[in-house]
Write a protein of this length. Structure first.
Length: 259
């Protein structure tokens, strides 16, 4: 009796998309329109979508969707319904995300960052705002804003008030951004941070926050910094067992320069 070898199982490689720092405000804004178009293109084609914080200009402690954010939540829901797993690393503009994400979108929320596996590869995810141990004033502010008291107060406050506070805070933050980047260049902060994370046994680290895209190969793995969706429209894709930086809508690699 003739016997035939059993066919090998077909193994489909994981496809994941990573993006951060869109700071979405109004649906009419160009970056808002671009992210809606991008999510629509990825619907049904992506196994995992990882959002690494500051996707929204301000989302803190709300149990309902701010009207301006309805279109992007609807787009994420369509992706979820088409089988995409959603992962959200909270940033410094969006935290205490609540039931909209955990219940409606079945999203895995990582308040302090955390790890996922892609084709057996251990990947650590971090917004990046805690990468600089010297920025003690920010760390104190971060701890205060994430306290139970502030969470309760923000949930009780009307959306119009919280958005007004957010707009003013963001304006003041942007005024000091240039000085902070000059004082603490992204490369000098993120490289030692990445080396520590990778030495713990991870093969890759993905970060946001610094609004500068680059992809570095280090001794123990690789670090992918995502840039932003304000002017750069940069993101990372993992497919065919490898990471690559891309720019939307022209799907080419952005500059990898690090300062």
């Amino acid at each position: 009796m003739l016997t035939y070898p059993k066919p090998s199982p077909i193994v489909t490689a994981m496809r994941a998309i990573f993006l951060a720092d869109a700071h979405l405000c109004k649906p009419s804004d160009p970056n808002y329109q671009a992210i809606l178009a991008f999510l629509e293109e990825q619907c049904g084609k992506t196994d995992t979508l990882v959002l690494l914080g500051d996707i929204f200009e301000f989302w803190i402690g709300k149990a309902s969707v701010v009207e301006a954010y309805v279109p992007v939540i609807d787009a994420l829901e369509r992706m979820h319904q088409q089988g995409t797993k959603l992962v959200y690393v909270e940033g410094n503009h969006d935290f205490h995300l609540g039931p909209v994400f955990t219940d409606r979108l079945a999203c895995q929320v990582l308040p302090e960052g955390g790890s996922i596996e892609l084709d057996g590869k251990k990947v650590f995810l971090a917004h990046g705002d805690l990468a600089n141990p010297a920025d003690k004033s920010y760390r104190r502010l971060r701890a205060f804003l994430r306290s139970g008291l502030i969470r309760t107060l923000l949930r009780l406050a009307p959306n119009s008030l919280t958005m007004s506070i957010a707009t003013r805070s963001s304006y003041n933050s942007r005024k000091s951004a240039g000085e902070r980047r000059s004082r603490w260049p992204a490369g000098k902060i993120l490289r030692p941070y990445a080396e520590v994370i990778l030495a713990e046994g991870y093969q890759a680290l993905v970060t946001g926050h610094y609004h500068q895209p680059f992809h570095e190969k280090l001794d123990d793995g690789e670090h992918i910094a995502l840039g932003d969706w304000i002017t750069q429209f940069s993101y990372a894709v993992y497919e065919n067992h490898a990471f690559a930086l891309r720019t939307y809508p022209v799907d080419t690699a952005p500059s990898n320069s690090v300062s």
